[in-house]
Design a protein around this ligand. Structure first.
Ligand SMILES: *[C@@H]1O[C@H](CO)[C@@H](O)[C@H](O)[C@H]1NC(C)=O
Ligand SMILES: *[C@@H]1O[C@H](CO)[C@@H](O)[C@H](O)[C@H]1NC(C)=O
Ligand SMILES: *[C@@H]1O[C@H](CO)[C@@H](O)[C@H](O)[C@H]1NC(C)=O
Ligand SMILES: *[C@@H]1O[C@H](CO)[C@@H](O)[C@H](O)[C@H]1NC(C)=O
Ligand SMILES: *[C@@H]1O[C@H](CO)[C@@H](O)[C@H](O)[C@H]1NC(C)=O
Ligand SMILES: *[C@@H]1O[C@H](CO)[C@@H](O)[C@H](O)[C@H]1NC(C)=O
Length: 410
């Protein structure tokens, strides 16, 4: 445990020394390799790679305007057959649609699906870069109301209403669902609270499925979880309702300190491991400028706290805990209701990793035991962490090739 605190201390030290060292001039006259896709957003990336892009907007019944991005066909398969299979892909916390297309076409799930003849839809859940809009609320002027949501609301509004929108647009009855992290949490909320949606799912694929949290020992999250009451009060006092929204700073830092050949390169790799988990065989620093061009994409404070509650609530996957007094008013009981996983009867495949620092494999195995129609598969790579489900060097051979074969059975 002490070792882990030491890691955190080193991390703070590194961040401070980096911010002291911001020095534009030291860069001049030196050439480092920056991939051409650096700085591109999703429509620019797709155009660059030659894929079609459609921008759709889904208005939820509680007024959020969600950016829903479609890649209707691929480069290797340009079929526009109206009966082609439909795939809905949903991102994790702080992430967005772009993160499924920015790992070069041969290693990006969104583009692999399009090239295999799927009609691909990439959702952006409320609050992220592409979905920070509402019919009456302004995310800045009406902060408190706009940001009053967690992944529970994504599960009961964003995901089901997007499914209805897509099925209506494509005139189909069912779709394939693929979620990463929070994109799986929102699915489990939907399929347990609104079981009729199970009928609209051909198959659900989960990457790093996040439901139970009590086995997570990551020092960063554990520390915040331990002080969650204090942090929540602090955020409330400072009127902070969202974290980690998109800014140019990560890309700036990566371009100035993290390119191969730079003096600070090793330090960057170390910081990446501290933030995203140790994955020496999977981290690709060459593509880091592309990956951080759109990341992180923001999340609501409540979304974060809802997960943190799972660290300390004794192993429950349940609705937001407001404290016993408010819980009684909202739910009619002092503790929040659990999500009834028995209701999730559609076929589910859980893909998880032994060393995922966000989602502990023991918690996934608890989930697996509670889902009535689920299979589990551990990614074989020894080092595979949470972001490697999107960007790992071997994500194709370790995961995507298997998944693309697997879903053909449904
Ligand atoms: C990407 O950026 C271009 C140029 O700023 C802009 O026109 C386009 O709307 C952006 N695409 C999306 C999906 O936001
Ligand atoms: C292309 O996609 C269509 C629609 O999904 C499918 O029917 C067809 O078999 C695919 N063709 C190839 C060569 O994969
Ligand atoms: C949003 O904020 C504006 C400016 O403060 C205010 O006029 C408006 O009534 C607020 N809207 C809602 C729905 O609360
Ligand atoms: C389905 O789509 C049509 C247009 O294609 C639209 O008029 C209709 O309102 C949609 N229905 C639902 C339930 O969204
Ligand atoms: C990182 O990605 C680049 C671009 O796809 C590739 O050329 C390189 O081999 C990758 N690095 C590793 C270590 O696999
Ligand atoms: C959960 O759902 C199952 C099947 O739908 C039902 O039999 C069971 O009673 C539910 N459990 C609770 C605690 O509501």
């Amino acid at each position: 445990m002490a070792g882990r605190y030491f890691e955190a201390l080193v991390l703070c030290f590194c961040l401070i020394s980096i911010s002291y060292g911001l020095d534009e001039e030291s860069l001049q006259n030196v050439e480092y390799y920056i991939p051409p896709e650096t700085g591109m957003n999703i429509s620019q990336l797709l155009e660059w790679y030659g894929y079609p892009f459609e921008n759709h907007v889904v208005q939820t019944t509680d007024g959020y305007l969600l950016g829903l991005h479609r890649v209707p066909y691929g480069v290797q398969n340009t079929s526009t057959d109206p009966n082609k299979p439909v795939a809905l892909v949903v991102h994790g916390m702080m992430s967005q649609s772009t993160d499924f297309v920015n790992n070069e076409p041969e290693n990006s799930l969104g583009l692999l699906l399009a090239d295999r003849g799927y009609d691909v839809w990439l959702l952006n859940c409320r609050g992220n870069t592409h979905s920070k809009r509402h019919v009456t609320l302004d995310p800045k002027k009406n902060k408190t109301k706009f940001w009053d949501f967690s992944w529970h609301e994504m599960g009961i509004y964003d995901v089901p209403e997007t499914i209805n929108y897509i099925l209506n647009q494509t005139k189909q009855e069912k779709l394939f669902y693929i979620g990463h992290s929070q994109g799986t949490t929102a699915f489990f909320v939907m399929a347990s609270m609104m079981p009729e949606y199970n009928q609209k799912i051909r198959h659900m694929t989960a990457f790093g499925p996040a439901a139970f949290m009590s086995h997570n020992e990551d020092i960063k999250y554990r520390t915040i979880a331990r002080f969650q009451k204090e942090v929540e009060l602090l955020a409330l006092t400072l009127d902070i309702h969202q974290f980690m929204s998109h800014t140019p700073i990560p890309l700036y830092l990566v371009k100035h300190y993290c390119l191969e050949g730079m003096e600070t390169y090793d330090l960057c790799v170390g910081i990446y491991y501290l933030l995203a988990g140790y994955s020496p065989t999977e981290l690709n620093m060459t593509l880091l400028p592309v990956h951080v061009s759109n990341s992180p994409s923001g999340f609501s404070v409540k979304e974060g706290f809802h997960y943190l509650q799972g660290f300390t609530n004794g192993g429950y996957f349940r609705q937001y805990d407001y404290g016993s007094i408010v819980n009684r008013i909202k739910y009619g009981s002092p503790t929040p209701p659990e999500y009834n996983l028995t209701n999730i009867v559609c076929p589910v495949s859980l893909h998880y990793a032994r060393k995922d620092q966000c989602v502990d494999f023991q918690d996934v195995e608890i989930l697996l035991g509670k889902l009535p129609n689920a299979k589990g598969r551990i990614v074989p790579s020894e080092y595979f962490s949470h972001l490697d489900f999107l960007w790992g060097n071997h994500v194709r051979s370790e995961l995507y090739d298997y998944v693309l074969e697997e879903i053909l059975n449904y």
